[in-house]
Design a protein around this ligand. Structure first.
Ligand code: MN
Length: 197
């Protein structure tokens, strides 16, 4: 029997802990079926290939086609689900807060711009807050499995705008679905990703 190379990480909260922003049923499908399938597919595709011993980030930077799609979707979903906590920090602090205030005008304006970018992304994809090597922040839209690692950017925060992320709870209301996520983003996690040497 084939050994699984990548193991789906367990969520650090119960399936119903993020409700009402994300329901237990959405977690059961989005984490339990969609994320799992991407990781299972990734493992099948890399077995016996040059990618087998490669770090997931390096697979994303090198692969294309179906392997890129599954590797990147695996990474994106793990990153996404580990951004949330039922009782996390509600606002950024420290250097990240300073950078957000400076570059977007205010935290409130940043949240508006971020959701707007997610709503305006046509079709399936991800909206990202990233920084470059100098710590400059940027909001990036990526279609389908896109990941800003391929642009040399450092991902800090992402919202999944695929319909499978919100259709059970919000039907077609993408803007509402994204706005509700601010209730569960743990800004301590996001701030910890913004560490500029
Ligand atoms: Mn998804």
């Amino acid at each position: 029997m084939k050994e699984t190379i990548y193991t789906q990480p367990a969520l650090p909260y119960a399936n119903d802990a993020l409700a009402p922003a994300i329901s237990a049923e959405t977690i059961e499908y989005h984490y339990g079926k969609h994320e799992k399938a991407y990781i299972d597919n990734l493992n099948k595709m890399i077995e016996g290939t040059e990618y087998e011993d490669m770090a997931l980030e390096d697979i994303i930077r090198k692969a294309d086609g179906a392997l890129f799609n599954n590797a990147s979707q695996a990474w994106n979903h793990i990153f996404y689900f580990f951004t949330f906590a039922p009782n996390g920090a509600k606002e950024p602090t420290g250097e990240l807060r300073k950078a957000i205030d400076l570059q977007f005008g205010s935290f409130e304006q940043f949240k508006k711009d971020f959701v707007d970018a997610g709503v305006k992304l046509f079709g399936s994809g991800w909206v990202w807050l990233c920084c470059d090597e100098d710590g400059k922040l940027v909001i990036v839209q990526k279609s389908n499995a896109g990941n800003p690692l391929t642009d040399g950017l450092i991902p800090l925060l992402t919202f999944d705008v695929w319909e499978h992320a919100y259709y059970i709870d919000y039907k077609n209301l993408r803007a509402k679905a994204l706005e509700q996520l601010w209730d569960i983003v743990d800004w301590d996690v996001v701030s910890s990703r913004y560490e500029i040497d």
